[in-house]
Design a protein. Structure first.
Length: 138
């Protein structure tokens, strides 16, 4: 995944990078599903980001920065979170780097995270179907 990290700044600053955002979110979600990161673990972090969307602009930036140590703590406790923790932390650093243009970058970050949640759900369900025994000869 390290080769894709150079896409992060562009994903959050370029309106034309939607396909890169989707591709990167898809790759990241599949990596998380492979290490059996639970949907609950991703949604716990995503829920925090969603709650930030309802806050004032200044509170969003602060809350997003404060999410970095929470992600680090969660990843230290559960290694399955590590494939998500690094890219999310790097994304937060890009998004919060300065106040000019923050609102747009934050919006794209939310879209990015929403795509990760959606793709992870799909990948997790596919893995579940592949690992469960088929009944009735179907």
């Amino acid at each position: 995944m390290a080769a894709q990290d150079d896409r992060l700044p562009r994903i959050f600053t370029d309106d034309r990078a939607a396909s890169e955002l989707v591709d990167y979110a898809h790759d990241l979600a599949r990596s998380c599903a492979r290490v059996e990161l639970s949907k609950t673990q991703i949604r716990a972090i995503y829920g925090t980001v969603r709650s930030l969307q309802r806050k004032e602009l200044s509170e969003r930036a602060r809350g997003l920065r404060l999410l970095i140590p929470k992600i680090a703590y969660a990843a230290a406790r559960d290694p399955a979170l590590r494939p998500l923790a690094g890219p999310l932390t790097e994304a937060i650093v890009h998004v919060t780097r300065d106040s000019e243009g923050f609102d747009g970058r934050f919006s794209r970050f939310c879209e990015f995270f929403e795509a990760i949640v959606a793709f992870h759900y799909v990948a997790s369900e596919e893995a579940k179907r592949e690992s469960s025994p088929r009944r009735g000869g179907r």
